[in-house]
Ligand binder design. Structure first.
Ligand code: NAP
Ligand code: GLV
Length: 327
């Protein structure tokens, strides 16, 4: 039995997999070209994939014995799940273990944007500071007491909402499913229609998965609803925001700022972002602490190992695969 691991993980994860099967380990932390992925997956029963590996029908057509794709990420928009189900391939992800770390990063971007930390740092380093000023050019937005809006109140959205209680914030959110009396929503958060979320919130944090329904969920109409003092934080996925429309809104100061961890077409960066001093940019590092990346690798290895025994793994995204096998 063979497993393909498409990019560098932790040595202990690989050792564990080697106890189970032959491992084709690509000990490189760079994207694997699609053609090489298609070639190396042949003859594999398990695939440990990263969020940059595209798993689609064309790849599956050449991967006859493949039983499981274990994504080392919670988001799985890189995988055509329907094609995997049709091919009898289980798909798993790593939910839960990265909630708190990603929520911390959402708050890091929110605070940095509100108080213009990155631009102020660059300005100070450049030797521009001539003395303390009462009405300095760096007056930002208060976070405490403000209204936080969350689009996508799932696992990470709820972790973001919990943190808002310490800042005495009002929390409103919009998710696909309206809560009922039995739903537990942290921080006394209130479900509102999407338009209300965008017009009332002072800070909007995006935490929806990237799907055909969430493509450009934030585009010109949503940006037009936002207050001129409001900030937008995209820690979800590139493509959830129409980056071109956002750049225009930031350039024209129609909104106050943005914090961006993910981008359309990443790692390419729309050059429009580079010229703006009201956007804070980070390179898709929401889950990036050593402890959390290790937890993600372990979670993905657990999923893979269980799936290869023929059982349903803990984080199975397409249970239909098992049902079809039973029926
Ligand atoms: P989750 O628990 O599945 O939560 C997603 C939420 O989005 C759910 O509340 C869901 O509503 C809502 N949603 C889905 N489609 C929607 C739509 N069309 N309109 C409105 N709401 C919609 O996922 P999670 O674990 O919190 O992760 C969320 C996303 O964050 C991931 O998919 C990933 O892309 C991103 N992420 C990014 C990083 C990073 O490094 N930047 C790190 C981790 C995760 P329902 O409850 O109705 O389904
Ligand atoms: C990171 O972006 C993830 O989806 O885990």
């Amino acid at each position: 039995m063979k497993i393909l691991v498409t990019r560098r993980l932790f040595p202990e994860t690989i050792e564990r997999l080697r106890g189970l099967a032959e491992v084709d380990y690509r000990d490189l932390d760079e994207n694997l070209p699609a053609a090489e992925l298609a070639q190396r997956v042949v003859g594999c029963a398990g695939l440990m994939a990263g969020l940059t590996d595209r798993i689609d029908a064309a790849l599956l057509a050449g991967a006859d014995g493949l039983k499981v794709v274990s994504n080392v990420a919670v988001g799985y928009n890189n995988i055509d799940v329907a094609a995997c189900t049709a091919a009898g391939v289980m798909v798993t992800n790593t939910p839960g273990v990265l909630n708190e770390t990603t929520a911390d990063m959402a708050w890091t971007l929110l605070m940095a944007s509100a108080r213009r930390v990155v631009a102020a740092d660059a300005w100070t380093r450049a030797g521009n500071w001539q003395g303390w000023k009462f009405q300095d050019p760096w007056m930002g937005q208060d976070v405490h007491g403000a209204t936080l809006g969350i689009l996508g109140m799932g696992r990470i959205g709820q972790a973001v909402a919990r943190r808002a209680q310490g800042f005495d914030m009002r929390v409103i959110y919009h998710s696909r499913t309206r809560p009922d009396a039995t739903s537990h929503i942290p921080g006394r958060a209130q479900w509102v229609a999407k338009e209300r979320l965008f017009s009332e919130a002072d800070f909007i944090v995006l935490l929806v998965p990237y799907t055909p329904q969430t493509h450009h969920a934030v585009a010109a109409p949503e940006l037009a609803l936002m207050k001129p003092t409001a900030h937008l934080i995209n820690i979800a996925r590139g493509g959830v925001v129409d980056d071109v429309a956002l750049i225009e809104a930031l350039r024209e100061r129609r909104i106050a700022g943005a914090g961006m961890d993910v981008f359309e077409g990443e790692p390419a960066l729309n050059p429009g972002f580079r010229t703006l001093d009201n956007v804070t940019l980070t390179p898709h590092i929401g889950s990036s602490t050593r402890a959390t990346r290790l937890a993600m690798a372990n979670c993905a290895a657990d999923n893979l190992c269980v799936a290869l025994t023929g059982q349903a793994p803990p984080n199975l995204i397409n249970p239909d695969v098992i049902l079809e096998r039973v029926s």
